[in-house]
Design a protein around this ligand. Structure first.
Ligand SMILES: Cc1cc2nc3c(=O)[nH]c(=O)nc-3n(C[C@H](O)[C@H](O)[C@H](O)COP(=O)(O)O)c2cc1C
Length: 369
């Protein structure tokens, strides 16, 4: 008998735990339906706002690659491996009115596949907060199965939008609560990794009623400067702003954030994102306690919606479970959550003890490091 790879996450039944995250692969109905045909268990739409955005006058995303001897560049060169994606793309450039019939159409064609609407508005005044409710009501009326609140877009100048909300615990709670007031479907909060202690913002989202936390969005970063031209490898008229890093480079960093979250809230639901392209990568998030795993960069590089990526993920999970005799994801979800501990709990050689720097053997009196 084949192992059962379906999962129930925030009360929703997914045929498998792998989702396309909110990004270019999910910015049209045709792409989303292709993704379901390819086998993705769920899709999070590109973030929908009330007002369409205008992107920069140039490429919105590029890929940084490394040669074997460590030369990093966005320029196409032979024999390189993917290091990361870098983007400064804003939310969907299509208005809510464009999305509404598309959501309805997708759900009509794929009633048993999970379609999560990523939504975003401001938080600076009542009108902006009401916009969250307008977006939520419109999407759920057309059949969206859940919401993902974009509290994490790193490119917003407005102090009450995107990751600027995600950095402010009070705003995280308020926005979540405002959406929960009208939501008839689960509400997931996608947090920014660029805060001191993501556990604090997650606690704020849970206080507001969030059903799950999603992490990570991209990490703040810059493109590299070309040593020949002295220009940033991505720029418009020589100028650049901080953008978001995704792909392989962020897998360990995003795992660290996730481990903090799942250890602080072992009974809550988490969706892991960041640097996943194989089942071995996704397994990390599951062993830390995630119930679903999302993918962006790897899918963008695989015929836009990742047909080969999802095939690899599904085959990998089935093989892994069959080999170990696991019946469902619950047999191994969270199995390594407790193995991430504070430094002083790690064994020292020859049975010596370390007291976390409090006693003389740590950062000793008079000692300098
Ligand atoms: C070009 C691009 C656009 C993105 N747009 C959104 C977006 O609209 N909303 C959102 O929540 N995340 C957005 N993301 C973030 C991704 O959903 C994901 O969190 C991030 O890329 C990390 O996953 P990865 O390492 O698989 O790429 C975007 C990422 C990229 C590369």
């Amino acid at each position: 008998m084949k192992p059962d790879i379906s999962v129930t996450f925030t009360g929703l039944k997914f045929t498998n735990p792998f989702l396309l995250s909110s990004a270019p692969p999910t910015e049209s109905d045709s792409n989303i339906m292709r993704a379901f045909d390819a086998g993705w268990g769920g899709v999070v739409t590109k973030t929908i706002g009330l007002h369409p955005v205008t992107n920069v006058a140039g490429p919105k995303t590029k890929f940084l690659r490394s040669t074997l001897d460590g030369q990093l560049s966005m320029q196409k060169r032979p024999e390189t491996a993917l290091h990361s994606s870098w983007n400064w793309e804003l939310i969907s450039d299509k208005p809510l009115d464009w999305w509404i019939p598309k959501i309805a159409g997708i759900k009509k064609a794929y009633p048993d596949r999970m379609l999560i609407a990523s939504i975003m508005a401001g938080s600076g005044n009542d009108k902006e907060l009401a916009a969250w409710q307008t977006l939520a009501k419109a999407c759920q009326d057309e059949g969206a199965d859940a919401f993902e609140l974009n509290l994490s877009c790193p490119h917003m100048d407005r102090k009450d939008m995107g990751s600027n909300i995600g950095k402010d615990q009070a705003q995280v709670s308020i926005v979540t609560e405002v959406v929960k007031e009208v939501a008839t479907v689960p509400v997931w909060a996608k947090l920014t990794p660029s805060t001191t202690d993501i556990v604090e913002e997650a606690a704020a989202a849970f206080r507001g009623g969030a059903d799950a936390i999603v992490s990570s969005n991209t990490f703040p970063s810059l493109p590299l400067i070309d040593p020949e031209t002295l220009d940033f490898e991505m720029n418009v008229d020589g100028l650049v702003s901080s953008g978001g890093l995704g792909g392989p480079a962020i897998l360990p960093q995003s795992l660290a954030k996730m481990s903090q979250l799942t250890n602080a809230f072992p009974d809550r639901a988490f969706s892991g994102i960041g640097g996943v392209s194989t089942f071995a990568h996704a397994l990390n998030y599951m062993l830390l306690g995630c119930g679903t795993v999302q993918v962006c960069t790897a899918a963008m590089l695989d015929r836009a919606i990742g047909p080969n990526v999802i095939k690899t993920l599904l085959e990998g999970m089935q093989e892994f479970m069959a080999k170990r005799g696991y019946q469902s994801i619950e047999d191994f979800r969270g199995l390594r959550r407790g193995n991430v501990v504070v430094h002083s709990k790690i064994r020292r050689p020859e049975g010596k003890e370390y007291h976390g720097g409090h006693d003389a053997e740590g950062y000793a009196v008079g000692g300098r490091h």
